[in-house]
Design a protein around this ligand. Sequence first.
Ligand SMILES: Cc1cc2nc3c(=O)[nH]c(=O)nc-3n(C[C@H](O)[C@H](O)[C@H](O)COP(=O)(O)O)c2cc1C
Length: 156
Amino acid sequence: MKTLIAFYSRTGTTKKIAKVLAEKLGADLEEIKDTVDRSGIKGYLISGRDAMKKKITKLEPARFNPADYDLTIIGTPIWGGNMSVPTRTYISEQKYNFKSTAFFCTMGSSGNEKTFSEMEKAIGKKSLGTLAILTREAATDNFSVKVNDFLEALKI
Ligand SMILES: Cc1cc2nc3c(=O)[nH]c(=O)nc-3n(C[C@H](O)[C@H](O)[C@H](O)COP(=O)(O)O)c2cc1C
């Protein structure tokens, strides 16, 4: 199955998981890039507020077209109990190009279930699977069982 992994990562945690998935699947990797500076405390505050308001942003152009892939796996950090603003924007721009989707997120503690169901709703199709990894699991490389279960469920 030709697979694209599209992810946003502000501080590298979601990127770490995206790279592991890409390596295991031989998938192409699309890093969703925002034109807004989200660094530092100011960036943190703006990002949390805008995520809760379900705002969108201006992204840099995508490198890959999801329509060329059987499956797009979309990854986001959880912000204020929601998907990140750049991920929401990517989904709204690309939703008609997805053939099928699966989702993953990284988070300090919670917000995955609501976020995944909102991602499904935004795309209008049921996802093939979901994977939620805690920031501390990513930091300590303690996620291989979850990743393997996710890939097993996708049957790829
Ligand atoms: C603005 C902001 C809001 C956040 N809100 C939540 C939250 O509601 N729940 C949670 O578990 N983690 C929350 N976090 C923590 C991140 O989801 C977590 O650190 C994630 O792994 C960061 O991924 P990244 O390094 O790929 O950006 C938040 C982080 C940021 C920057």
